[in-house]
Design a protein. Structure first.
Length: 360
């Protein structure tokens, strides 16, 4: 007598995300059923702000989240908010963010007026927005301003806004510029609020951006579950990079009101960058696993920026604790299951831009 095996019940996981193009792997994984293929059922929850996402992740309302890589390390070190032990399971993407300025500033720059001079001519103190005080958008914005001879800690007023609110705030004259993930730079241009003057991939081609993050206890106490979640998202990242038609399909899913809620055509334009944009500067979700590997050296660069702006003191141990944050063993096992190439080295550093000193 033969009996058929009873399938194991799916494990439900609550995963948070912000309405950005680089949340696409999570949406794809649920739409294609890749989560179920790994024994999971992901329940996605759109969040109103990065602070809300962080708080719900730390409270246990969310099991994992689409998160800015720098935000994870800010929580780990307790900069500007709660401190908790965190884990990075996999990278979600590289590049894909933009710095946007008002039309007046864009015209000044186009005419050859230096940004510092254009800002001094404004009738009030310049106001620039980022999405989280110690997030990657703040780092890209501050780095860009510093290269223009502007001290972001003293020469401007930096405010925090959720990315969907930024285009209208720029249109209303509340901001002079902002840095956010797409599609919100494209949205600012679409409504005539501002102009994208810098892509993050130009500042640092192939830079780290969003990651799949969780609390350390989740990753350490449930390693098989963490591996299944990592493999699910890694498979979705690979699908997104496999064929341009896949990204066009993802745009249709992201256009839903509970995802991003903007026209699919606008999202497709962000997912499929212009042909004249170098591949190394374009939005990458997989890049043969290079965009997903938890690079500890990326974390060291982020911590270097925290220290550059005076947010974090020097570390006598050389930040050895980063090895506990970047869950390489989990990632390697997920990659092995999917046949994703595993880099021979766990560090990369050749693409990291040299940090400019704070202008004085």
């Amino acid at each position: 007598m033969t009996t058929s095996a009873t399938p194991l019940p799916l494990r439900d996981l609550d995963v948070g995300f912000m309405p950005l193009l680089d949340a696409a792997p999570l949406v794809v994984a649920t739409r294609l059923g890749q989560d179920r293929g790994h024994g999971l059922r992901l329940r996605l929850h759109r969040q109103a702000s990065w602070a809300t996402l962080r708080d719900r992740l730390l409270s246990g309302e969310l099991d994992a989240a689409h998160a800015m890589s720098a935000m994870v390390l800010a929580v780990q070190t307790g900069i500007g908010g709660p401190r908790a032990a965190m884990a990075v399971l996999t990278g979600l993407n590289r590049n894909g963010q933009a710095i946007v300025v008002s039309g007046a500033l864009a015209r000044a720059l186009e005419s050859g007026i230096p940004l510092a001079e254009a800002l001094r001519a404004l009738p009030r103190r310049p106001v620039f927005a980022q999405t989280f005080p110690t997030g990657t958008h703040a780092l890209w914005l501050y780095h860009w301003l510093a290269t223009q001879g502007i001290d972001p800690l003293h020469d401007i007023e930096a405010v925090t806004l959720p990315p969907p609110q930024m285009p209208q705030a720029l249109a209303d004259g509340q901001l002079d510029g902002f840095c956010a993930g797409e599609p919100w730079g494209a949205q600012a241009e679409a409504i005539g609020a501002g102009v994208r003057v810098e892509r993050s991939g130009h500042l640092w081609p192939g830079h780290p951006e969003k990651v799949l993050a969780c609390r350390r206890d989740f990753a350490a106490l449930q390693p098989e579950l963490a591996t299944a979640l990592t493999a699910t998202v890694l498979e979705a990242c690979r699908w997104l990079d496999a064929d341009p038609r896949h990204r066009a399909q993802a745009a249709q899913w992201l256009a839903a009101p509970d995802a991003i809620g903007l026209p699919a055509g606008r999202l497709t334009a962000g997912l499929l960058p212009p042909p004249d944009l170098p591949a190394r500067e374009a939005l990458q979700f997989h890049a043969d696993g290079q965009a997903n590997h938890p690079w500890e050296s990326d974390g060291r660069w982020i911590l270097g920026q925290f220290r550059r702006w005076g947010w974090l003191p020097p570390a006598p141990d050389g930040d050895a604790w980063l090895a506990d944050v970047y869950r390489l063993d989990t990632w390697r096992e997920a990659a092995r299951q999917l046949g994703v190439p595993v880099p021979a080295r766990d560090l990369r550093g050749s693409l990291v831009p040299v940090a400019d000193p704070i202008p004085r």
